[in-house]
Design a protein around this ligand. Structure first.
Ligand code: ADP
Ligand code: MG
Length: 610
C-alpha cells in the first residue's frame, strides 16, 4: 500500500518538475534559435503522445501521422491566412478536422491490422502530401501558404517567449490527459483489445469503438500539433509533411518505449535534438542518425523506458507464492455474487440452432432450454460441437440456422460484446487472458461495462471516476481472494502457472456479474488437486443459483453439480434431461463407453473417442 502511494505521487511530481523546467527555460536558453527548437520539441511531443495511445496501448501502427499533422497545419494556415480566423478557433478547428480524418483512418481496422494497416496509413500520408502539392488554389502548391498572422491569445500578440509558454501549457495539459486515459478503464480496454481481442469482446468491449477512439485521439493530438506548427513557422509547405516525418514520429514513440508514460517525451526529445548535434558529422549525418537508432533499438528492444522498467520488474521481490485455499468465502463475496434472477424463468433458449462450416455441420438442429438458477452440462466426445455451441450462444459465431433467445430477447443476430453487456460471461477452452496486464487489471477489464463514470469524468478525473475506480478495485480484489489469487494481484497474467490462469479467467468472467456463465472445459489441464478446488468453486456458484452452462469431461464434476445434461455427438443432441436419466440412456452409453463398457467404468474422464 505504501509503495502504491509513492507510485501515485510519481506522475504529479514529474509534471511539477516539467512545469518548473519549462517556466525557467526561456531564461536558460542563449538565443531565439534554441528556444525555437524547444518549441518544436513540445509540438513533436504532442504528436508522439497521441501516437503512444494508438501504438503503445491499442497496438495499431500508423505511418501516416505526418499526414494528420499536415491536415492540422494546412487547416490552420488556410483559416488564419485566408479567412482571418483567430488563433484559438483555428487550432480547435484544426484538431476537429484531423480527428475526423483519424476516424476515417480507423475504419480499415474493421478488416485489416498489422502490416496491412500500416500500408494503408502510408498510403494516406502519400495522398495528403499529393493533395497539398496539387490543390494549388487552396494550398498554394509547392509554394505553400505564407502570410499567416502571428499567434495571439486573449487579444494580445504573442512573442517567441509568450508562444513558448503557451505551447508549454498545452503540452502539459495534453500530457495529463494522456496519463488520465492510460490509467483508466479506457486505457485498460485499449490494452485488452490489443492483447486478446476475443477476450475483450467477451467482456463487453467493442473493439471497433476502442480502435476508432484511439485513432481519433492520436489524430486530434497530431492535428493540434500541426496547427501550432503553422503558427510557429508562419508558413507551411508540403516539405515538412513527408513519409520521413511519419517515420520519425513513430520512432519517437518506439525509441522512448511505447505504452510508457515517459517514453514518448524522451523519444521526442532525443529525436528533436539529435539531428542538431549530428550536424558535426557533415555529409555522414544521416548515416550516423540511422546507425545510432539501429544500435539503440538493438540494445533496448522495448525502447529506453520500456527496457528499464522491464529490468526493474525482474528484480522486484516476488509476491506471496504460497498456494491459497480456494474458493475462499467472505461476506463481501456473498453480496457481490448475489443472483437476482427469477429462479426457473427461461434464461436461454435455442431453437433448431445449426452451425455449418462448409460441409461440416458442427451443431445440427440443437433445441435446448436453460432455466435461471440451473447448471446445464454439455458433454460429448471431442469434436462433438460443444465449443461451437458455446461460441454460437455467446455471439462469437453467427449461426447458419435456427434461433437463440437470451433473457427473453432474440440474440440470434447479436454479437459477442452486446451479449456480454446483457450479462453473458464466458471462459475459453484455450485460456484467453490479457497476458501483459496484471492479474488485478485483468479482472478490472471485466468491470469495464459497469463503470458509471463516462469519458469526460475520466479525462478530467472527476469524483465519479475515483469512486468507480476505488469500488471496482476493491471488488476485483475480493474476486481474486475468492479464487485464491489475492497474493498475485500485481503479477503479470502471463507469468501465472496454467492452473492459476484458469482461475483468473473465471474471476474475470464473474466481474461482469453474469446472468449466465459459460465455462468451456474449465478443468482441462488442471492437476488433481486443482480439479477438486475447481469443483468446489463450481458447486459454490451453483449453490448461489448462478445460471451456468458447463462443458466438461469430468464425470464426477458433472454428476455433482448439474441439474440438466445435454449430450452432443457429431453436432446432434443424442440425449437431454436430468443427470440420472441421461446416465442410463443406452445411446449415451453407446456413444461414450462403446457397447462393451458400462457406465460404471471407474475412469473419471468421459473422453474416450478423439
Ligand atoms: P468440441 O468442443 O465438442 O470438442 P468443437 O465445437 O470445437 O468441438 O468442434 C466441432 C467441429 O466443428 C469440429 O469438427 C471442428 O473441427 C469444427 N469447427 C469448430 N470451429 C470451427 C471453425 N471456426 N471453422 C471450421 N471448423 C470448425
Ligand atoms: Mg471444445
Amino acid at each position: 500500500m505504501k509503495a502504491e502511494k509513492l507510485r501515485s505521487l510519481l506522475f504529479p511530481s514529474l509534471v511539477g518538475a516539467l512545469s518548473v523546467g519549462m517556466a525557467l527555460l526561456p531564461q536558460l536558453v542563449s538565443n531565439t534559435y534554441e528556444l525555437r527548437i524547444w518549441m518544436l520539441l513540445t509540438i513533436y511531443a504532442l504528436v508522439a503522445l497521441g501516437l503512444n495511445i494508438l501504438v503503445g496501448l491499442t497496438g495499431l501502427v500508423s505511418l501516416g501521422q505526418a499526414g494528420l499533422f499536415a491536415i492540422g497545419a494546412y487547416v490552420a494556415a488556410i483559416l488564419a491566412a485566408k479567412l482571418g480566423i483567430g488563433f484559438v478557433a483555428t487550432i480547435v478547428i484544426a484538431m476537429i478536422v484531423a480527428a475526423l480524418f483519424g476516424a476515417l483512418l480507423a475504419y480499415p481496422t474493421v478488416r485489416v491490422k498489422g502490416v496491412y494497416l500500416a500500408v494503408i496509413t502510408i498510403a494516406f500520408g502519400i495522398i495528403v502530401e499529393n493533395v497539398a502539392i496539387e490543390w494549388q488554389g487552396m494550398t498554394g502548391g509547392t509554394n505553400g501558404i505564407s502570410a499567416i498572422p502571428g499567434p495571439a491569445f486573449l487579444g494580445k500578440a504573442l512573442d517567441d517567449t509568450g508562444y513558448f509558454y503557451l505551447l508549454a501549457v498545452l503540452f502539459l495539459a495534453a500530457y495529463v490527459l494522456h496519463y488520465n486515459i492510460m490509467k483508466s478503464r479506457f486505457g485498460r480496454a485499449m490494452r485488452a483489445v490489443s492483447q486478446s481481442e476475443i477476450a475483450a469482446r467477451s467482456m463487453g468491449i467493442n473493439p471497433i469503438a476502442i480502435r476508432t477512439f484511439s485513432f481519433v485521439i492520436a489524430a486530434a493530438f497530431a492535428g493540434m500539433a500541426g496547427g501550432l506548427y503553422a503558427y510557429l513557422n508562419l508558413y507551411v509547405n508540403p516539405d515538412t509533411f513527408r513519409f520521413d516525418d511519419s517515420v520519425r514520429f513513430l520512432l519517437m514513440v518506439i525509441l522512448g518505449g511505447s505504452g510508457t508514460i515517459v517514453g514518448p517525451v524522451l523519444g521526442a526529445t532525443v529525436l528533436t535534438f539529435l539531428p542538431e548535434y549530428l550536424q558535426a558529422f557533415g555529409e555522414w549525418q544521416r548515416f550516423a542518425y540511422g546507425a545510432l537508432l539501429a544500435l539503440v533499438m538493438f540494445c533496448l528492444p522495448l525502447g529506453v523506458v520500456g527496457t528499464l522498467s522491464n529490468l526493474r520488474g525482474r528484480f522486484r521481490a516476488s509476491v506471496s507464492r504460497a498456494s491459497e485455499e480456494w474458493p475462499r468465502l467472505s461476506t463481501r463475496i456473498n453480496t457481490m455474487l448475489q443472483v437476482d434472477a427469477q429462479r426457473g424463468a427461461v434464461c436461454l433458449k435455442t431453437k433448431g440452432l445449426t452451425m455449418a462450416f462448409g460441409g461440416l455441420v458442427a451443431n445440427d438442429n440443437v433445441s435446448e432450454v436453460l432455466r435461471a438458477g440451473q447448471v446445464h452440462a454439455v458433454i460429448g466426445p471431442n469434436g462433438a460441437g460443444k465449443s461451437t455451441f458455446i461460441n454460437c450462444v455467446s455471439g462469437f459465431y453467427a449461426p447458419t440456422g435456427g434461433e437463440i433467445e437470451f433473457l427473453g430477447v432474440s440474440a440470434t443476430r447479436k454479437v459477442s460484446h452486446e451479449l456480454a453487456r446483457m450479462g453473458l460471461a464466458r471462459t475459453f477452452q484455450n485460456t484467453e487472458l490479457f497476458g501483459n496486464m496484471t492479474v488485478l487489471e485483468n479482472v478490472l477489464v471485466g468491470y469495464h461495462t459497469r463503470f458509471e463514470s463516462g469519458l469526460l469524468s475520466t479525462l478530467f478525473r472527476m469524483p465519479s471516476f475515483f469512486r468507480d475506480e476505488k469500488r471496482f478495485q476493491e471488488e476485483a480484489q475480493v474476486l481474486l481472494e475468492y479464487v485464491g489469487l489475492a497474493g498475485f494481484a500485481d503479477e503479470l497474467a502471463k507469468n501465472l502457472p496454467f492452473g492459476h490462469q484458469r482461475r483468473l479467467e473465471i474471476a474475470r468472467a464473474l466481474a461482469l456479474s453474469p446472468k449466465l456463465l459459460l465455462l468451456d472445459e474449465p478443468a482441462a489441464g488442471l492437476t488433481h488437486g486443482e480439479i477438486e478446488s475447481l469443483s468446489g468453486l463450481i458447486r459454490d456458484l451453483a449453490a448461489r443459483h448462478m445460471t451456468m452452462i458447463l462443458v466438461e469431461h469430468h464425470v464426477d464434476m458433472i454428476m455433482a453439480v448439474s441439474d440438466h445434461v445435454t449430450v452432443l455427438d457429431y453436432g446432434k443432441v443424442i440425449a437431454s434431461g436430468p443427470v440420472a436419466e441421461v446416465r442410463n440412456n443406452p445411446a449415451v452409453i453407446e456413444a461414450y463407453f462403446g457397447s462393451s463398457k458400462s457406465h460404471e467404468d471407474p475412469e473419471p474422464a468421459l473422453e474416450v473417442r478423439s
